[in-house]
Design a protein around this ligand. Structure first.
Ligand SMILES: Cc1cc2nc3c(=O)[nH]c(=O)nc-3n(C[C@H](O)[C@H](O)[C@H](O)COP(=O)(O)OP(=O)(O)OC[C@H]3O[C@@H](n4cnc5c(N)ncnc54)[C@H](O)[C@@H]3O)c2cc1C
Length: 251
């Protein structure tokens, strides 16, 4: 009996499977989170924090039907749902549809979680350093939620300002935890946002800052756009961090 239950709980599938969007939430103006559950009695496939799923919409529109996009999971292995957190892109095919047309209760076609950018915390015996640039925070946020407080963890979140945030309040709440050090960079703070309260640094993360504030013997995971990835990767290489401790995902 248990065997049957286990099989159903860690259900795997090929290609696409129908999922229900049971919740659609605007995290801020241009960012939505979609909460997904299988449209059947079967469980979820296992995921590792950092992995992504492929999504397409169920539609009669022949063009849109072909569009498949990847989204990192912002949920964790403990959750009984998948959550993706998506920035709406101006002129973007899928994100415009998800913003304007998708309703709670609609179905999406979803691929199994996959990807080599993943945290396997049980294999790491050194500080864990997570850096997210903009919407690239999604996979590293999943990693943060998966790590318990006994691990020495650094979380760096770089974003424009509160208008383009997701999970900012929760990330900030980690400042009170014993082993997690949080630093928030706003690249373009709003007039009413205050240094030291709303954010810790103004501007972009730099090699100098990394050198002075992060443990170079740590295991590094970072995600963001090309500029963000290039800056962090180059800095770590210049600072002689071993290549096998540098992990990144580019959106
Ligand atoms: C592994 C992975 C994980 C990802 N995770 C996330 C995530 O967690 N959250 C997230 O928000 N995104 C994520 N992405 C990005 C995501 O997959 C999509 O690329 C993004 O949502 C845009 O999709 P879209 O269909 O709306 O835009 P697209 O239609 O692909 O358009 C993208 C851009 O190209 C422009 N464009 C489109 N067509 C043309 C054209 N003909 N000529 C000129 N310009 C054009 C659009 O204006 C837009 O600026 C991830 C990507 C990868 C690879």
């Amino acid at each position: 009996m248990n065997e049957v239950l286990d099989r159903v709980e860690n259900y795997t599938w090929n290609g696409f499977r129908d999922f229900v969007v049971y919740k659609k939430v605007y995290e801020s103006k241009g960012i939505i989170s979609l909460y997904l559950k299988g449209n059947d009695d079967l469980g979820l496939a296992e995921m590792k924090p950092g992995q992504f799923i492929g999504i397409k919409v169920k539609t009669e529109d022949a063009e849109l039907k072909k569009v498949v996009r990847m989204y990192s999971l912002s949920s964790t292995p403990k959750d009984d749902f998948y959550r993706v957190t998506i920035k709406i892109v101006e002129g973007g095919k899928l994100t415009t549809y998800l913003d304007k047309n998708l309703k709670e209760g609609d179905l999406l076609e979803v691929m199994m979680p996959k990807g080599n950018f993943k945290l396997e915390k049980e294999k790491i015996n050194r500080p864990i350093v997570l850096l997210g640039g903009g919407i690239g925070v999604t996979p590293v946020y999943s990693m943060l939620k998966d790590i318990d407080d006994s691990k020495d963890t650094y979380f760096i979140y770089s974003l424009r300002n509160k208008d383009s945030e997701c999970f900012l309040e929760d990330v900030r709440s980690y400042k009170n935890s014993n082993n997690t050090k949080v630093n928030i960079f706003f690249t373009r703070p709003l007039n009413n946002e205050k240094l030291g309260i709303d954010y810790d640094f103004q501007g972009r993360i730099s090699e100098e800052w990394i050198k002075n504030n992060l443990p170079l013997d740590g295991e590094f995971f970072f995600c963001g756009n090309k500029g963000f990835i290039d800056t962090v990767k180059e800095a770590l290489e210049n600072l002689k961090v071993d290549k096998d401790r540098i992990h990144y995902e580019f959106f």
